[in-house]
Unconditional design. Structure first.
Lengths: 620, 264
């Protein structure tokens, strides 16, 4: 930790004293430009690292910021600060307008969209002479003014303003990563299916982050215009967008401060090349050679240090911290938290928890669910069993809205939901687990559970950026710790989820589902991969959850467990119901035996309660 | 492509008997020691189960035997060391793995997934067809859906494909990591029955299973792995009757007198 603070303090001191070290004021321009580029790169690093979306439009938003500020002050005589605000507004609106249709599509369409934007912006800046002044640009942009300091002229005040902005955007980015919005973005990155099942709308979060990266660029652009007093199209060309991408990758796409490092290296390199290349190649065309150098640099980074330079730089500061973390075995249990157990969603009366009416689902020629109807009563444990490929998981996917029925309808607690998107169905109080646990590998166990609380937390994107979420964070941490304690995972709370063995991942996913405080809980093979002891725990837990008023739908092959906990059992075969009823009835059903259980000794992991074999239901 | 070492040639592999010996195996993930000197043996035609709690190193054990991660210690097949061989050559020597979490080739068809495994071992066409018949008779649904993409199968069917793929390589030692995960009871008993028949014909099986009840009921011998070390071993029947094993891995005594033996 000491080393980290040493690094930070040293960096800050260097920033403060740099203007006095560089007596010659002209050369202060380079540190200023590094700062402006760092802001652009921070925006892109957040977008690429957190939302997995690459933008090639940072230069365009930078230009839009600069030109909006310049035009409003020069042509309309606006106050520079107001014009700067307007520049941010224009850039974010444009980002929303461009991003909304693009972000709905999965994959790398944003790259194409922003590439086009950059070209369009460049053409407009150069050719709309009447508005932008064309290639000659706009001059006479007034400087900013700041209270008693009056008008800010010269490079020095802008140097401090820009680096203040760099530190602010680092801080805000850091806040974002440790907030509800940051966790939501991590979930979207890991699995959109899991994210929507927790009520997280992926498009909205990706759009917000894109708009934020555009806003960062616009502020930098405004500062640029005010400092120089002049704007022209050339600094906002496509090459700069490429350079910003190189900065982000070079610094490390998952390391926010790396963006500053990358900006420094690339900007210095650029200055060096601009003085060096014309001497080497007298024929001109040095800009093309510049692009070649960026390309080589990018390739070398991806091959030699795929996670960027920042982790290498900070290696010596992290080592003692890691040793510390291993010693951190929490000897004192955390104070018990008040865990609200009241489920979310609208109150319901006697309506069935799940009502499926003649639902069919076809995948091409394959009929996965074939005219299926069943009803789950509120507060019951309803098991669905059947051979592999019978359509059990498809039924869960239909109920949670991940799939749409080909024909038929279904209702949850009396609400028709077959047309709702999955995140809306989740907000009715529906939580689920997946056959293959879909946890967020790079988040801690604790944060994975807090993801489940997404619908209960209120912190939005902006409040996350500003760090105004402390109270809620503390509360949600306590509640998550209590849940982990309940599932026996408390010792792993601060580990990265990827380090957990398979069985614990299942329990973690269950904890996350419970964090949603569901009134309907859908479990897809929760016992597979669990040890005998854990299966016993799980069976007990499922019964406890039901006692708390949650309806449970359970898909499971561990017949011993199903017979032990279920109130009623539905047996699916080729998408149709072949039997429904109490466990004892289903177990004795001849068709169930021939299609599913098999005639001989069933190799179940949980011992089948002895009295059930004689046809009597055990007292749970 | 590197030339294969002599002991990896398929002709010779046919004569292998599948005697697997593992001595003092160590492996770690970064600072975490997953295996701390595991020693076990699987005789030709023997069915060995490895049970143990979550995180004991069971999957790591199989991955190390196949050479999927760096390890110290000795792995012998019929007395010959595999230590210097990369994974693909160990597969050519007759090892096959049913990996944890399936790891299929999602965008290939069911049939291509199976055939690739046969190609990887270097099987001749007739022997591949013979193997394919065996796999399809065990899992008829795979024959029905052989043109479908692997990712379009249901979870349990994907598990069948992962097992089928391993069987396709005509292994002499079959390493299985939780192969029963997500399989219906009927399929589980059919699969275990087939494995027993293959063992009778000389196949050696090392089965890692959370479902200790099923594993112990079918295996000849079993090992208990805890914290990267073998802490107990013996005939599966003896372990099944061992009170400590019952408590830890079988969810209490198998035939409770009262309604539930778990609470006692």
């Amino acid at each position: 930790m000491n080393r980290t603070w040493l690094l930070r303090g040293g960096g800050l001191l260097l920033l403060l004293l740099l203007p006095w070290v560089l007596r010659d004021r002209l050369s202060l321009t380079i540190p200023l430009v590094i700062g402006l580029h760092a802001v652009l790169a921070i925006g892109l690093t957040l977008l690429a690292g957190q939302a997995g979306q690459v933008s090639l439009g940072q230069a365009a938003f930078y230009g839009i910021g600069a030109y909006t500020a310049a035009l409003l002050t020069v042509r309309l005589g606006w106050d520079p600060w107001v014009a700067l605000g307007m520049a941010v507004l224009v850039a974010t609106s444009l980002a929303y307008a461009l991003g909304a249709p693009v972000m709905v599509l999965r994959g790398h369409y944003l790259v194409l969209g922003t590439l086009a934007l950059n070209v369009v912006v460049e053409v407009i800046l150069r050719n709309w002479q009447d508005l932008t002044g064309g290639a000659n640009g706009l001059s006479g942009v007034p400087p900013l003014h700041l209270g008693p300091l009056g008008e800010l002229r010269g490079t020095l005040p802008y140097y401090y303003l820009t680096w203040g902005l760099v530190l602010l955007s680092l801080r805000m980015g850091h806040n974002l990563l440790r907030s509800r919005a940051g966790r939501a973005l991590a979930a979207i990155r890991a699995s959109e299916v899991a994210a929507v099942s927790l009520g997280i709308p992926p498009t909205r979060y990706k759009l917000q982050l894109f708009a934020y990266s555009a806003a960062c660029a616009a502020v930098a652009g405004g500062l640029y215009a005010y400092e120089l007093g002049f704007v022209s199209p050339s600094p906002f060309g496509f090459e700069l967008s490429i350079a910003v991408l190189v900065m982000s990758v070079l610094g490390g796409i998952h390391h926010l401060p790396g963006a500053v490092l990358g900006a420094a290296i690339v900007t210095l390199l650029r200055e060096l090349l601009r003085s060096l290349l014309p001497q080497l190649f007298r024929g001109g065309a040095s800009a093309e050679y510049e692009a070649v150098v960026y390309g080589l640099l990018l390739a070398a980074t991806v091959i030699a240090a795929p996670t960027g330079l920042w982790p290498l730089l900070t290696y010596w500061t992290r080592r003692p911290a890691q040793e510390l973390r291993i010693q951190l075995e929490r000897p004192v249990p955390p104070p018990p938290a008040q865990v609200p157990t009241d489920p979310i969603g609208p109150a319901h009366g006697s309506d069935p928890a799940v009502e499926v009416r003649s639902v069919t689902k076809r995948f091409g020629g394959l009929v996965a669910v074939d005219g299926l109807s069943f009803t789950v009563r509120p507060g019951e444990i309803y098991a669905i069993i059947g051979p592999n490929g019978a359509g059990k998981t498809t039924v869960l996917n239909l109920i949670t809205g991940l799939l749409r029925p080909t024909t038929g309808t279904f209702a949850l607690f009396g609400f028709p939901v077959h047309t709702l998107p999955p995140e809306r169905i989740a907000s009715l109080g529906v939580a689920r687990t997946f056959q293959t646990p879909r946890v967020v590998w790079d988040l801690t166990v604790l944060d994975n559970v807090r993801l489940g609380m997404h619908l209960h937390l209120r912190t939005g994107f902006l409040t996350s950026l500003l760090g105004l979420n402390r109270g809620e964070e503390v509360r949600s941490t306590r509640q998550a710790e209590a849940l982990l304690d309940r599932l026996g995972l408390a010792a792993h709370a601060h580990e990265i989820a990827a380090n957990l063995p398979f069985g614990s991942l299942r329990l973690l996913e269950l904890a996350r589902a419970l964090a949603l405080r569901p009134r309907l809980l859908l479990l897809d093979e929760p016992a597979s991969g669990l040890s005998g002891e854990q299966r016993g725990e799980l069976a007990r837990l499922i019964q406890e959850i039901r006692e708390e008023g949650t309806t449970v739908v359970l898909v499971e092959h561990d017949v011993g467990m199903v017979l032990q906990v279920a109130d009623r059992v539905l047996v699916l075969h080729q998408g149709r119901c072949i039997a429904e009823g109490s466990p004892a009835v289903v177990r004795a059903h001849p068709e169930v035996i021939s299609a599913y259980l098999g005639p001989g000794g069933v190799q179940v992991a949980t011992p089948i309660p002895g009295d059930l074999r004689s046809g009597q239901r055990a007292q749970a | 492509m590197k030339p294969l070492p002599a002991q990896g040639s398929p002709e010779e592999a046919r004569d292998l008997r599948g005697h697997l010996q593992v001595y003092d195996l160590h492996a770690s993930y970064g600072p975490i020691q997953a295996l701390r000197g595991a020693t076990l043996e699987c005789a030709p035609g023997e069915f060995v189960a490895v049970i143990g709690p979550n995180g004991a190193g069971k999957s790591t054990l199989l991955r190390a035997i196949l050479g999927l991660l760096p390890h110290r210690g000795e792995v012998l097949l019929d007395g010959r060391s595999l230590r210097a061989l990369p994974t693909e050559n160990r597969v050519r020597c007759g090892l096959a793995l049913v990996p944890e979490r399936r790891q299929l080739f999602d965008t290939l068809s069911v049939l291509d997934n199976l055939l690739l495994s046969g190609f990887g071992r270097g099987l001749s066409r007739p022997r591949m067809e013979e193997r394919l018949r065996l796999v399809f008779s065990l899992f008829p649904v795979l024959a029905e859906r052989q043109r479908a993409l692997a990712r379009s199968l249901s979870g349990g069917q994907q598990q069948m494909l992962a097992i089928g793929r391993a069987l396709m390589s005509e292994p002499c030692v079959l390493l299985m990591d939780e192969p029963l995960l997500g399989l219906a009871p009927l399929i589980v008993s059919e699969l275990l029955g087939l494995l027993r028949r293959l063992c009778a014909q000389g196949l050696s099986v090392v089965l890692v299973e959370q479902n200790a009840r099923a594993a112990l009921s079918v295996a000849d011998r079993a090992y208990v792995l805890e914290r990267g070390r073998i802490v107990q071993s013996g005939p599966a029947r003896d372990l099944q009757a061992d009170p400590a094993v019952q408590r830890a891995y079988l969810g209490g005594p198998p035939e409770p007198e009262a309604s539930s033996g778990r609470e006692s």
